[in-house]
Design a protein around this ligand. Sequence first.
Ligand SMILES: Nc1nc2c(c(=O)[nH]1)N[C@H]1C(S)=C(S)[C@@H](COP(=O)(O)OP(=O)(O)OC[C@H]3O[C@@H](n4cnc5c(=O)[nH]c(N)nc54)[C@H](O)[C@@H]3O)O[C@H]1N2
Ligand SMILES: Nc1nc2c(c(=O)[nH]1)N[C@H]1C(S)=C(S)[C@@H](COP(=O)(O)OP(=O)(O)OC[C@H]3O[C@@H](n4cnc5c(=O)[nH]c(N)nc54)[C@H](O)[C@@H]3O)O[C@H]1N2
Ligand SMILES: [Mo]
Length: 765
Amino acid sequence: MSFTSLHWGAYRPRVVDGRLQAMDPVEWDADPSPIGLSIPGAIDSATRIRRPAVRRSFLERFNDHPALRDPHLRGNEAFVEVPWDVALDLVATELSRVKGEHGNKAIFGGSYGWGSAGRFHHAQSQLHRFLNSYGGYVYSVDSYSLGAGRVLMPHIVGNMDWLLAAHTSWRNLAEHCELFVAFGGLPLKNAQCSPGGASDHLVSNGIRRMSDAGVQFVNVSPLRDDLTGSERNEWLAVRPGSDTALMMALCWVLVDEGLHNTDFLRRYTVGHERFIEYLLGAVDGVAKTPEWAAALTDIPAQRIVSLAREMAGKRTMINVAYSLQRAQFGEQPFWMTVTLSAMLGQIGLPGGGFGLGYGCMNNTGSGRKAFSGPRFSQGVNPVKDFIPVARITDMLLNPGEAFDYNGKRYHYPHIRLVYWAGGNIFHHHQDINRLLHAWQRPETIIVHEQFWTAQAKHADIVLPATTALERDDIGSAASDRYMIAMHKAIEPVGEARDDYAIFAELSRRLDCMQVFTEGRDAGQWLRLLYEESRSRAGSFAIELPDFEEFWREGVFEVDYPPDDTVLLKAFRDDPQGDPLQTPSGKIEVFSETIAGFGYADCPGHPVWLDKPAQPLPLHLLSNQPKTRLHSQYDHGAYSQASKIQGREPLTINRQDALARGIAEGEVVRVFNDRGAFLAGVIVSDTIRPGVVQIATGAWFDPLAKGQANSLEKHGNPNVLTEDVGASSLSQGCSAQTVTVEVEKWHGEVPPITAFDPPEILGARV
Ligand SMILES: Nc1nc2c(c(=O)[nH]1)N[C@H]1C(S)=C(S)[C@@H](COP(=O)(O)OP(=O)(O)OC[C@H]3O[C@@H](n4cnc5c(=O)[nH]c(N)nc54)[C@H](O)[C@@H]3O)O[C@H]1N2
Ligand SMILES: Nc1nc2c(c(=O)[nH]1)N[C@H]1C(S)=C(S)[C@@H](COP(=O)(O)OP(=O)(O)OC[C@H]3O[C@@H](n4cnc5c(=O)[nH]c(N)nc54)[C@H](O)[C@@H]3O)O[C@H]1N2
Ligand SMILES: [Mo]
């Protein structure tokens, strides 16, 4: 029996006569994700890349100076299909030219993106290992997901991965939690996914068990449906970007009424005195009272007061979604989450304390050890230049310019060649019109893709990659219940090759084959990586079967040692013996380290920072999509069924729609001074006034191809988001801080062309 694993679940591919007919959810998954429905129709659709292809001018003038290959035509030029050998020769020639002329630090291989599940054929890992075996590349650090959080948390509590793996379990919450206050909710749409696989879905059940146990939920979010499935569920329709003020006012009430836990603060934290002075107004003359916060958040002052009392009187878990830190000054809501729960003094107690992203990923709160199976080494990168991941446009536009990051000053390298596998920058990056300018700067852009995404269409050389269903692999994600033997289900579509096979061929041409492949084919690697993981499993008291048995059975249920995790319990039990990995060994409400960096946009303790004046009346939320993973399978049936007149749905409050003469089902133009997109409208009372919401991931579809500032006709919010770092500390993605205006679209509704392949010359049949 064959299985496969995707980031959103495990499935049994149903194949008839070599064609994928259906993706049947596995029988043990109580809440399988419908995203799997999208794959059968999409995997061999016209949108699939079938053969290697080269942008016309790039090919015709390959031997001329790179500037003569018309890089400004990227995204607006035909491709020429070429045989694999020709394409691989071109890639190898370019890599060796750039390396010879400028060194490896002219190659950007950050290649951010989720790619596919499967431990071996992870595209980004394959690329990194390949480039390392060829002398290295400029890399990127942190993620779009948790840019601010990843940099902040080690200063104040501990490393983000360590924290995520040690979250208090759903089981513990059901037994001990009384009040669950969720900033950004607990959206089930997001819990469909977990990086590397989500073989059984836990979150709906987790919420149900807590609800059955009588837990009161408070959903602090602009969207009502960010928390569903619980009985006692209050919606506090907060203004986006204002949660920090709300948390401060809750702290103010605790201090004002003497409800804060001074014993806890003294024993387990540093710097709370300075923060309390700030809270009371001693520093800036502004007391952070409920009235002060009510004006910023739209939450009534009375409710702030009563909520603070309830939190102090009950066993309370405070959860914050990643989205809150994907914003300008995004460090502050995370720092305040920790500070508020430190004030309550319940950190390290069953059912209490804080959570960073329950509901963001399926596996958070599983209560299982963070074991993950096979690991594929990426080698060692001799190049030391890097960027914080979301600063890519700045790097391409401003080589040599200085930037701040986590207390140090660095300089952007001068990039000549960009190599991408397993990501889609025209999905994930902010201010796509600015990106389009930057994207003309490199001499060469090489992309491995499965589908004709905007990223592929804006490349010079495109190499077709297999999907997870077209290769053998091993599915295994941190804390996931099952390891999956991912048997190849269908033959590669067209001439698609595995990323590994592509890099192996390149490494042969570039004389680094032994380092990259170590003489193994993919099958030998799978066996080796699996065997290596068995001894690591042993250190978790997990016994894996031998490879043959695993491969034959198709699935292995990991027998995790029983563990009723409570986050930071060991620290609470013994703060001296089990200190945190912070400079003080304690929770840092004030961080001398961060204060020493001297950043106005992230000083030494949490602060309320007014955002730069936002010019337009509606706040745009671009959250994670329910119907797909990012941009993946936007052309699939499940995502397509959600579209309105072919466009991505935009939800607007009834009052705001009425004021603009907009009705449900119509097409609207959403705009600000960076650009404009079209979307299909949903009018609703489940979104607070003053906010509009559109999911990310509609494929970039400009009316005028390859030209900046063209109308985007499909609903890609990143033509409007601003490309600035969260702060000088993290430089994280700040997509959630943006305002827009919406108007009815009176023109003809242009057809969607995002899923059409580019014009292809010399196509071979
Ligand atoms: N406005 C706004 N922007 C955002 C966000 C937001 O909230 N708002 N969220 C941000 C976040 S948190 C993230 S993580 C990013 C996500 O951004 P990405 O991870 O870049 O988005 P994906 O659509 O998952 O892109 C993965 C690409 O890899 C390709 N792929 C899949 N498998 C393989 C493979 O085996 N080989 C190769 N070569 N290619 C493969 C897929 O076809 C797809 O095009 O977006 C960020 N951008
Ligand atoms: N189906 C699906 N699941 C996914 C993904 C996907 O693409 N598809 N992506 C995965 C990835 S890569 C990541 S990083 C996680 C991301 O997890 P998150 O970043 O938490 O996800 P979002 O959906 O952007 O945000 C969650 C909710 O927060 C609310 N919100 C936004 N801004 C604010 C604010 O200022 N204040 C408050 N109180 N609420 C706010 C929004 O209403 C939104 O629905 O999700 C993962 N899960
Ligand atoms: Mo993410």
